[in-house]
Design a protein around this ligand. Structure first.
Ligand SMILES: [Zn+2]
Length: 235
């Protein structure tokens, strides 16, 4: 028996119609052939016949069930630190060694004293980023009230809180990075809100499994609120 997607299904990112070929029955995922958006079939439009494979916990992630909901954590560490740590050591020792020599000698013109400011800024920025890669985690908490995304312990931008009732759909947006070393693809997790606007939930470069895992876990958490409470009237 074939499971067919509803023909009315549109990509939440680019609004082009999802075609039958975009559905990967084995993975249970949909990939928009126009913009590359990856998603699980939306809950409301998912035919009962569609299989719903559970995505296994990806590497570098943890899932914790709390009294209020779920907490997903993702460590930031990646292969970049292999290059960044030596860079920081060389750069910082050069820049701060230069600063030290300058402050210990008297006859340095003020122009030369200002010269390394850009280098100091780069050293601080790259060192902070490297430390963040080493110790930071992205924390995604989903409860029946809200979905909250934060990064730490080193402070980082990208804090989000979205009221659960406003979330219509989650999906994973493809981000293509082109560099001289080639093309790499990462994913972000996005939400479509009840007013039709789209909003980025998790920005950091996720692989497809991590992005789909976050989508699936939040969706099943949010599905809880659709269940009738005991004694509640349900149409
Ligand atoms: Zn699309």
């Amino acid at each position: 028996m074939d499971a067919h997607l509803p023909t009315s299904l549109k990509c939440p990112n680019c609004a082009s119609p999802i075609r039958e070929d975009d559905y990967d029955a084995e993975q249970g995922t949909i990939r928009c052939s126009y913009c590359g958006t990856l998603m699980l079939p939306p809950r409301a439009q998912r035919p009962a016949a569609l299989p719903r494979p559970q995505i296994a916990l990806p590497a570098k992630m943890t899932l914790e069930k709390t009294a209020r909901g779920i907490v997903i954590k993702r460590r930031w560490i990646n292969v970049m630190v292999v290059f960044l740590i030596p860079f920081c050591i060389v750069w910082d020792s050069f820049v701060f060694g230069f600063l030290f020599r300058m402050t210990t000698s008297e006859d340095v013109p003020w122009m030369v004293r200002l010269f390394p400011l850009g280098h100091v800024a780069v050293g601080i920025g790259v060192t902070y980023y490297t430390l963040a890669l080493l110790i930071n985690q992205t924390r995604v908490e989903a409860t029946q009230n809200a979905v909250t995304v934060s990064h730490g312990p080193l402070p980082w931008f990208g804090w989000r809180e979205i009221v659960a009732g406003r979330i219509d759909q989650l999906y994973c947006k493809e981000v293509i990075h082109r560099s001289k070393n080639g093309v790499s693809t990462t994913y972000e997790v996005w939400v479509q809100l009840d007013d039709g606007t789209n909003s980025r939930l998790v920005a950091s470069g996720l692989n497809p499994d991590q992005a789909l895992f976050i989508e699936q876990q939040i969706e099943s958490m949010l599905a809880v609120k659709d269940r009738p409470m005991s004694g509640e009237y349900r149409r």
